[in-house]
Design a binder for this molecule. Structure first.
Ligand code: GTP
Ligand code: MG
Length: 196
């Protein structure tokens, strides 16, 4: 698939406002600031397709992007941002779980985690819901450029081993939007999910 030709589709305030549940969809999820929007920009070779920010919690809307008329990429708002009120957090968690369980076109979930802080509680909840919903999961350990090769490899192996406990279809890759580490592997997995 030529991810370069991805275009912006819609911004949805909640899951009820998403495009029709048809075709194939892949969503990017993770804690605030994990690097979701950056990874989407890296994948599509577009610097400003998805908005990135140094301020955590930047992506509040569900942004949807179209690869072609049957395939979509979804940039989900980050979770775990301390300054968001508890009621908003709970509401978002509920709708995220609902999205994973009910969205028929959703084929796979890319879960992004800062390689220096992997598998926090909310990440684990998300992976559990995804596995329960029979989704394929690709864990991207982001900002891998922040670590040397030795430390990086060790964390990848540790997370791979820990991910066996979820008993699902889960892959684990180091990723960097800066160095493009893990980009070919991301593309390969998405190609599979999109059936290309
Ligand atoms: P929210 O939308 O707030 O949930 O954040 P997000 O997950 O979309 O993160 P975003 O892509 O906006 O990146 C957050 C910050 O991390 C920005 O300052 C990015 O420049 C930085 N960042 C993202 N990816 C990388 C990476 O691979 N390496 C390094 N060093 N920094 C990165
Ligand atoms: Mg974002």
């Amino acid at each position: 698939i030529n991810y370069q030709s991805t275009t912006f589709l819609t911004s949805a305030p909640d899951i009820r406002a998403l495009p029709a549940d048809e075709g194939i969809e892949v969503a990017f999820a993770g804690r605030s600031n994990a690097g979701k929007s950056s990874a989407l920009n890296t994948l599509t070779r577009q610097n400003s397709l998805a908005r990135t920010s140094k301020t955590p919690g930047r992506t509040q809307l569900i942004n949807t992007f179209s690869l072609d008329n049957a395939r979509r990429l979804i940039d989900l708002p980050g979770y775990g941002f301390a300054k968001v009120p508890l009621t908003v957090k709970e509401k978002w968690q509920k709708s995220l779980a609902e999205y994973l369980m009910k969205r028929s076109s959703l084929k796979g979930l890319v879960v992004l985690m800062d390689i220096r802080h992997p598998l926090k509680d909310l990440d684990q909840d998300l992976i559990h819901w995804a596995v329960e919903s029979k989704l394929s999961v690709l864990i991207l350990l982001t900002k891998a450029d922040k670590l040397g090769p030795g430390a990086r490899k060790k964390i990848v192996l540790d997370v791979r081993e820990a991910s066996l406990a979820f008993m699902g279809d889960i892959q684990v890759q180091a990723f960097s939007s800066l160095s493009k580490l893990g980009l070919p592997e991301l593309e390969q997995t998405l190609d599979q999910w999109f059936g290309a």
